[in-house]
Design a protein around this ligand. Structure first.
Ligand SMILES: C[S@@+](CC[C@H](N)C(=O)[O-])C[C@H]1O[C@@H](n2cnc3c(N)ncnc32)[C@H](O)[C@@H]1O
Length: 301
């Protein structure tokens, strides 16, 4: 199962929602279809769907050049990338070097940048690129910087993705542009899952974050321009519920480890043309996610 997982750790990573998304694909009869993430990040759901054959093509987009560099490198230079993993030295000196490469963000050196992003993602607390190293600079913590750097497992994950690279389309657009110009051209047999930066804590977690007016504008673009079936997840705040007040929604809980602050309620919002799975098929999904208001899963909120 490990090889079906994304190699990136992501604060708020949505991999555990995969069974729910699979049910959405089935109830909307999207078979051999396209699956799109305009805010891909670690793309945990997309990778699992593709590797388990639930969709034919995945479209990953993230405006953060560093995230793009990572995906570009494993899709196009997997062999070199895996060699870098095999030979990486896991010391604080090396960590500082990798941190400098990420800071400089030299766009001409995609492989080096992509690898440094991966290195920090695996060695930093909660995978946050601007965060501290696991175990601290003196490496005296219970867990050391290699705690999440199991080379063989990570190499297997990357090799599995590289094998299906022809089925992955990677871009680095702003999501609004992407929705208007890229997604619009995709066939009907497509599901779009949007997972924008959190409304409240996004600026601490991600490099490219949204301000309040950005969230409002995005809501406009999604609801007016996105003609495909779409679903959207957010942290549960009144402003977000306000932006999407005419859409169906339900609340759920995921346990994150970025900090206890992020434990708690999130909201799923659904485009009008999305058919929800039956209650019974959602039962097993609830093991992975906790739906707080089961009733609103099937009725318009
Ligand atoms: C909540 S994370 C996505 C996490 C992802 N669903 C996962 O499971 O790993 C949001 C992502 O959106 C990206 N992002 C922020 N602003 C963006 C924008 N304007 N357009 C596209 N991507 C953006 C961030 O770089 C970040 O990777």
């Amino acid at each position: 199962m490990g090889k079906y997982r994304t190699p990136l750790r992501y604060p708020g990573g949505k991999q555990r929602l995969t069974p729910f998304i699979e049910e959405i694909l089935a109830s909307n009869k999207i078979t051999n279809g396209n699956y799109v993430e305009p805010f891909a990040g670690g793309a945990g759901v997309a990778i699992q769907l593709l590797l388990s054959g639930k969709v034919d093509l995945i479209h990953l987009n993230d405006s953060d050049y560093r995230i793009y560099a990572f995906w570009y490198s494993i899709l196009n230079k997997a062999e070199e990338f895996c060699h870098l993993i095999r030979t990486a030295s896991l010391t604080i000196d090396e960590w500082r070097k990798q941190r400098d490469i990420v800071k400089k963000c030299d766009r001409r050196k995609l492989l080096s940048l992509g690898f440094s992003v991966f290195y920090l993602n695996r060695c930093n607390r909660s995978g946050i690129l601007s965060g501290g190293v696991i175990g601290g600079n003196d490496q005296k913590g219970n867990y050391k910087m290699d705690a999440r750097f199991s080379r063989n497992d990570l190499i297997r994950r990357i090799e599995a993705i590289a094998l299906v690279r022809d089925k992955v389309s990677l871009t680095q657009f702003d999501a609004e542009y992407y929705i208007r110009h890229y997604v619009a051209a995709l066939p009907k047999n497509t599901l779009v899952y949007l997972d924008p930066p959190y409304y409240e804590k996004g600026s601490k977690l991600y490099h490219n974050f949204y301000g309040k007016t950005d969230h409002a504008r995005l809501a406009q673009v999604i609801q007016s321009s996105l003609k495909h079936k779409w679903i959207l997840s957010y942290d549960c705040v009144p402003e977000v519920l306000g932006f999407y007040q005419k859409r169906r929604h339900f609340f759920y809980g995921l346990q994150y480890n970025a900090s206890s602050v992020y434990k708690g309620r999130e909201v799923f919002i659904l485009g009008d043309s999305v058919k929800l799975p039956s209650e019974s098929s959602l039962d097993h999904v609830n093991k992975g996610i906790q739906a707080y208001t089961r009733k609103s899963l099937t009725s318009r909120a």
